[in-house]
Design a binder for this molecule. Structure first.
Ligand code: CO
Length: 293
């Protein structure tokens, strides 16, 4: 699901800025303070995956009851697919343009990504463009994704350990499917795996579009004589990757690869966005942003 839209999105931002009637129309007047939150996710077209977004939205609303929450989705492909079904989702630029028109003065943009990869940096670029609009927002800032710093890593380790199903025995492996990226921040996955294994040596993290692949993990599981593997997505939603690349019937799904390698699999189709333990980390990142306003 890689897309190269940074140029297109930059142009879009400029066009929006040039065509927004709200900008520049309040010379000399001070706008009343209006804080807002913009939650930004890749998006998913799978109906069953929406529960993660609903849960995140509910928890953020409870944490900041006075502050309006808006959503934007970075995937052009998903936005197009949803538009064909009659559901119009905003891009980041469109979401921010709407908030400017609505008179928001302080906007906390929160990335619901897992690692600070390409999409997070593109998001920051778009937000930076909006920060420099005359008479636009007074303050706009982007919160770090789930894994922002070492403290987040430690909290995510605890969150993963605490969400492992009770029925999983210590001799069973847990293999998490991260998304992965060609960006250098792909290293977060292996760094996190090392910290997880200090607590539970049979927990692994692979990436569907990055390193390590399932074929890097398989020989280690075989060497340890693992008979049963619990598979869980390490993405905010259990969407297309979780349902097909991880748990699907195709020969190259992680489940099929592990079955072929002599292991039984239990599949958990829940994204990190469905668990309070992970959502609280994103919420604290929003709180950090709001505290700076
Ligand atoms: Co993808």
């Amino acid at each position: 699901m890689k897309k190269k839209i940074s140029v297109i999105s930059s142009v879009l931002v400029l066009l929006l800025v040039l065509t927004l009637p709200a900008f520049g129309s309040h010379h000399g007047t001070v706008k009343p303070e209006k804080k807002g939150i913009l939650l930004v996710a890749f998006g998913s077209s799978i109906p069953e995956a929406q529960v993660a977004f609903e849960h995140i939205g509910k928890k953020v609303g409870e944490a900041f009851p006075e502050i309006p929450v808006r959503w934007a989705f970075t995937s052009q492909m998903i936005r197009k697919k949803m538009a064909d079904e009659g559901k119009n989702l905003d891009s980041v630029a469109q979401g921010l343009a709407n908030m400017a028109e609505e008179g928001f003065t302080h906007v906390a943009v929160q990335s619901l990504h897992t690692i600070p990869g390409e999409e997070f940096h593109e998001l920051k670029q778009t937000v930076r463009a909006f920060a420099h609009i005359p008479e636009g927002f007074q303050t706009i800032s982007t919160g770090l994704p789930l894994l922002g710093d070492q403290k987040d890593m430690e909290r995510v380790v605890s969150a993963i350990i605490s969400t492992i199903p009770e029925q999983r025995k210590p001799e069973d492996a847990l293999v998490l499917m991260g998304h992965g990226t060609p960006h250098g921040s792909n290293a977060f996955y292996t760094a996190l795996m090392w910290q997880l294994q200090l607590q539970d040596p049979n927990v692994f993290i692979g990436a569907v579009e990055g390193f390590p692949e399932i074929n890097d993990i398989l020989p280690i599981l075989q060497k340890r004589n693992i008979k049963k593997v619990w598979l869980m997505p390490f993405m905010s939603v259990a969407g297309d990757h979780a349902r097909n690349d991880m748990a699907g019937p195709e020969k190259d799904s992680w489940k099929s690869v592990l079955n072929h390698g002599g292991m039984n699999c239990e599949v958990i189709l829940r994204g990190t966005g469905e668990y309070d333990e992970f959502v609280e980390i994103w919420i604290d990142h929003i709180r950090n942003t709001l505290n700076r306003f």
